[in-house]
Design a binder for this molecule. Structure first.
Ligand code: DC
Length: 230
């Protein structure tokens, strides 16, 4: 059976990664969470003091880009890949609200995007990949055979994210999370470089009122139909 490329884009906390992981597993494809790559670069920038709530030095961050090495390392025990920043496992730290608060600014920098998009295209050049992000169907793989654009209301997404953060023991309020979801939606959709948009050949998928099993079944069936047609 021929392998295809599956691009899953959409707003933050729409459950892209959950579905993308399940789809990759069912099809025997590689899964790549591109948000983790932007988050790892952001973590580096926070640690070096290049970005914060009060001041940013994007020039220093761009100059430091050659020193930032991000890679996925498969964890056999857990059965999924974890993000490494310069050989340190940062999988947990990159999901914190502190990183979420700065990441949209970092992801809007042209040089950061150029570096990460190149890496993503390299990872997907053999196809057989499910990649999730914001610009996968529009910029990274405009020729992807299956493009999905996931949406859900900001409140639904904030509830999901709030629960995840509480489960990991983070000290946050629902209002803070909702504010972050709204502000990231705005920055991600209005930035100059590769804004989040619905590619014209993508299927829009609103999962506000849909359970995981139904979402997976629909997407899986859709993917199989495309693969069989190829
Ligand atoms: O999917 P996520 O919430 O982990 O993504 C984190 C941020 O990275 C998000 O605010 C937008 C940005 N991003 C992007 O600009 N392009 C991608 N392909 C993936 C993520």
């Amino acid at each position: 059976m021929r392998k295809i490329t599956i691009a899953i884009d959409g707003y933050s906390s729409t459950g892209k990664s959950t579905i993308a992981k399940q789809l990759a597993k069912a099809l025997g494809y590689v899964y790549v969470d591109t948000g983790a790559m932007y988050r790892a670069v952001t973590l580096y920038a926070i640690r070096k003091g290049f970005v914060s709530d009060t001041s940013d030095n994007f020039t220093a961050l761009v100059e430091a880009l050659p020193n930032i090495n991000v890679k996925f390392v498969h964890n056999e025990e857990l059965g999924f890949s974890e993000m490494f920043l310069n050989d340190e496992n940062v999988e947990k730290e990159i999901r914190s609200l502190a990183v979420s608060r700065q990441v949209s600014k970092v992801a809007a920098i042209k040089e950061v995007r150029t570096k990460l998009v190149e890496m993503q295209q390299e990872m997907g050049k053999e196809k057989g990949i499910v990649m999730d992000g914001r610009d996968i169907g529009s910029v990274v793989f405009p020729d992807a055979e299956f493009k999905v654009f996931m949406t859900a209301s900001p409140e639904t997404r904030a509830h999901r994210r709030y629960k995840e953060l509480l489960d990991r023991g983070d000290d946050v309020t629902y209002e803070e999370v909702l504010k972050n979801v709204r502000s990231r939606d705005y920055i991600d959709s209005n930035r100059k470089e590769s804004p989040l948009l619905l590619a014209k050949d993508a299927i829009e998928f609103d999962n506000s009122d849909m359970g995981l099993v139904e979402q997976f079944e629909r997407m899986h069936n859709y993917a199989l139909r495309i693969i069989e047609k190829e």
